[in-house]
Ligand binder design. Structure first.
Ligand SMILES: *Cc1c(COP(=O)(O)O)cnc(C)c1O
Length: 482
């Protein structure tokens, strides 16, 4: 670190846990990485972890489990119906999220499927602070559309706005006026807005959204997949809530929503999801869909072991020392990269460090997928697997043209309690080398393109022999080292 400074406790990137079980990682030679990325169609989703050193693809299902979570798996109750494991989860949902009716689902998008089946009709409009890929797909699958009502500073990538995830209240009013209440099944607020860099909303904003929903009698739906982290940033950034506990903040946020759903893969465990509410009428509209799509009402397609870890994990989100580890590591990473002149999203968000690939690869046209190219290049020179969050993650319009993404981002996910600070430092070091050699990175084109959610399994190819050139420069600088 160039300039020495002292950290306040809670802001220091510090592991407040100890390592008890470890898993070997594979840092394979760069020649193997070149073959691997070719075999994977230049899509990091298609790499095998036997070729990946640090897996920063996602925080979904990859958070480290606590000893208490693993221990809880042993008391799982394997009953088809009436499982006590489910009762323990219901209690955790009531204690932590303040909701008494719970419908279990196998993951977050399954909750979206059930909610959209119950409430979205053809021609409907779902106002949201920002879309998430699977939410958009499910709303569209039911014949609806999404309207993103983010405020004018939400997409300024390098900024000091503390709450880029806020909804613009005037735009919400205008949207309701324009379409009419009957067209709007619900307003959706997403905690820690994933696709704009893990950016939170404030409680003040959620209260304002609630007031508009009350005025028109529209249901408010909260996507709580990243709620713990949003609560942590509220405590840090929103003056009115600095002295409150995580529990107070969490329940205040969920209390403002009529329906809360979550991916437990991020919120509390490694699998599962849930939909919860205090309104019997809302519960009743979805109840029959769980046995249809997921499984019986007391397991919802999740193993009872996972249900136990979800219950323990939910209670652990109340522990600030658990939640703080990933956001403080992300903040450290963002600050180090920013200081080195590398374009990153600021202020630091949650779930990962986001690089402005549009700027990093200014020389690559958006139609040649700069964020995807940067993901492939970073993997090549480091073995670090990141995720493209740009135009590859977007869709095509009716004429078949790419809908260019609002931003070309490279996301380096920092799942909870998985990576050490020296591993984070390795990523920073390799990104600095890549930044110095960025003009060697070239574009990508599709060779195989699935019709929906193409970013998962799509295949691409480089538009020139740039990967080979990048590899030779790496060898020139580092010799035969990995
Ligand atoms: C991951 C995620 C989902 C989807 O959850 P899965 O468990 O991956 O299906 C929905 N919303 C948000 C905000 C997410 O981050």
């Amino acid at each position: 670190m160039a300039n020495i400074k002292f950290y306040k406790m809670g802001e220091m990137p510090l592991e407040l846990h100890k390592v008890r079980v470890v898993q070997k990682l594979h840092l394979v030679p760069i020649n193997r990485r070149l073959d691997a990325i070719n075999e994977a169609g230049f899509n990091t989703f298609r790499l095998s972890t036997k070729d990946v050193f640090l897996d920063m693809l996602t925080d979904s299902g990859t958070n480290a489990m606590s000893d208490n979570q693993v221990a809880a798996m042993f008391q799982a109750d394997d009953a088809y119906a009436g499982s006590q494991s489910f009762e323990r989860l219901q209690k955790a949902v009531l204690d932590v999220l303040g909701k008494k009716y719970l419908l279990p689902v196998h993951q977050g998008r399954a909750a979206e499927n059930v909610i959209c089946h119950a409430f979205v009709k053809p021609g409907n409009v779902v106002p949201t602070n920002y879309h998430f890929t699977t939410t958009l797909a499910h709303v569209m699958e039911r014949g609806g559309v999404i309207e993103e009502l983010y405020h004018d500073r939400a997409l300024v990538l390098h900024s000091d706005h503390p709450f880029k995830g806020n909804m613009d209240i005037d735009k919400l009013e205008a949207c309701i006026q324009r379409h009419g209440v009957d067209k709007i099944p619900f307003v959706r607020m997403e905690a820690s807005t994933n696709l704009i860099g893990g950016q939170p909303f404030s409680i003040r904003n959620l209260m304002d959204v609630r007031a508009v929903c009350d005025k028109y009698g529209i249901m408010l739906v909260l996507d709580a997949s990243l709620l713990g982290e949003n609560a942590f940033l509220v405590k840090q950034r929103e003056d009115a809530w600095k002295e409150n506990s995580m529990g107070d903040i969490l329940r205040t946020m969920t209390g403002l929503a009529d329906l809360v759903y979550f991916s437990a893969r991020k919120l509390s465990s490694s699998r599962g999801g849930g939909i919860c509410t205090n309104r019997r009428d809302i519960y009743a509209k979805m109840e029959a869909l769980i046995p249809l799509f997921e499984g019986f009402l007391t397991y919802g397609g999740i193993s009872v072991r996972e249900i136990e870890t979800m219950a323990v994990g939910l209670n652990e989100t109340l522990d600030e020392t658990m939640i703080s580890q990933s956001p403080t590591f992300i903040k450290y990473m963002v600050e180090q990269l920013d200081a080195a002149g590398i374009p990153v999203i600021t202020p630091p968000g949650v779930l990962g460090c986001h690089i402005d690939a549009g700027k990093f690869c200014e020389h690559i046209p958006q139609a040649e997928y700069p964020a995807g190219a940067l993901a492939a290049a970073l993997y090549l020179i480091s073995g670090v697997r990141a995720m493209e969050r740009g135009t590859i993650s977007s869709i095509r319009d009716e004429e078949g043209n790419d809908v260019l993404a609002d931003a070309e981002l490279l996301r380096l996910a920092v799942p909870r309690r998985v990576f050490t600070l020296s591993q984070v430092n390795y990523v920073i070091d390799r990104l600095q080398w890549l930044w110095d050699n960025r003009e060697l990175i070239g574009g990508l084109k599709f060779t195989y393109e699935p019709p929906v959610l193409r970013f998962f399994m799509g295949g691409l190819a480089p538009t020139s022999d740039w990967p080979e050139k990048l590899v030779s420069k790496f060898r020139k600088d580092f010799g035969d080292s990995l």
